[in-house]
Design a protein around this ligand. Sequence first.
Ligand SMILES: Nc1ncnc2c1ncn2[C@@H]1O[C@H](COP(=O)(O)OP(=O)(O)OP(=O)(O)O)[C@@H](O)[C@H]1O
Length: 367
Amino acid sequence: MSDPLWDALARVQDPELRRPITDLGMVESARVDDDGVAHVSVLLTIAGCPLRGTIEADVAEAARTVDGVHSAEVSLDVMTPQQRQELKDSLKQRTVPFMEPNSLTRVIGIASGKGGVGKSSLTANLACSMAAQGLRVGIIDADVHGFSVPGLMGITQAPTRVDEMILPPVAYGVKVISIGMFVESNQPVVWRGPMLHRALEQFLTDVHFGDLDVLLLDLPPGTGDIAISVSQLLPGSELLVVTTPQSAAAEVAERAGAIATTTGQSVVGVVENMSWLELPDGTRMEPFGSGGGELLTQRLSTRLETDVPLLGSIPLEPRLRAGGDAGQPLVLAEESSAAAQEITRIARQLTHRPRGLAGLNLGVNPT
Ligand SMILES: Nc1ncnc2c1ncn2[C@@H]1O[C@H](COP(=O)(O)OP(=O)(O)OP(=O)(O)O)[C@@H](O)[C@H]1O
């Protein structure tokens, strides 16, 4: 027979694992006494769980929705090592690691030739737009030297560690992990290739993202070590190349996209950012010139011998910058703005496009 209190608790999700606490073995006991008080004992994964307050409040609120319950007493305890192991085992079974050939997760690296073209802002906004469409989305901020995604997503919380498993913080429904979460505040990261490779590998293996529909990687600008590591660790990943309308920027971006010829990845498309600024009288000013996105698509299409589409052109929008500074992505904060609508349109094209050759081993290895 179903227990109404248990049913109510099954609607409470662990904020990081995004699964019902009842499925995760986190509810040790739950009963309603004769005075209508619900007593719920919750087991946290670790003693210092940063979200204990949230879990406690969510449990109490859920318990109070049950008929006949007028108050709730929630006690918090910590899992034993064995209970934690069982939890980890149960999570592993359901996880589809992105490296598996049969993984259904679409992995898209957001690349650019040079810094400052809006790659990280686009990553954060695309992710939020996709999550708002109901997709399960994660971001790996692989821009190790210029990590900025936590700030753009308003994340100050550190990831939770459950032994060797790392639970990524969640913002706006997006799971985010970044090197920035593992270094002392604003310290520069001076790692070289092998350590970067190892860091990315650890993000892919130790971070519990769960089943994702889309994983976006904010890549460092250029064609450095990380780009090669991504193609080795995630051979099925695709690239989205961001440029400004400036022809010089498009030429540099071409190199970042053309890396796909050596890595065997496919380029899903090009996005032109900072395309124009709308003036108060409605006219458009083009501070960075025009045509860079179009030029880049033509060049990449020729080089990769396949049709690389221009997925969109995003205008300059001061509120996009302000939203980034405030940790509130534009697509959610100002969804009617032209820039937000264009980003949402790009997100839809990406999620509605079938996977290309991604995921297939083309037998090409980077030299
Ligand atoms: N369409 C836009 N309108 C207005 N400001 C923008 C737009 N796109 C990006 N910006 C701003 O430009 C700056 C650079 O953007 P962002 O950090 O996203 O670029 P990036 O390519 O990731 O740079 P890096 O690789 O150096 O981290 C930020 O201040 C951001 O807010």
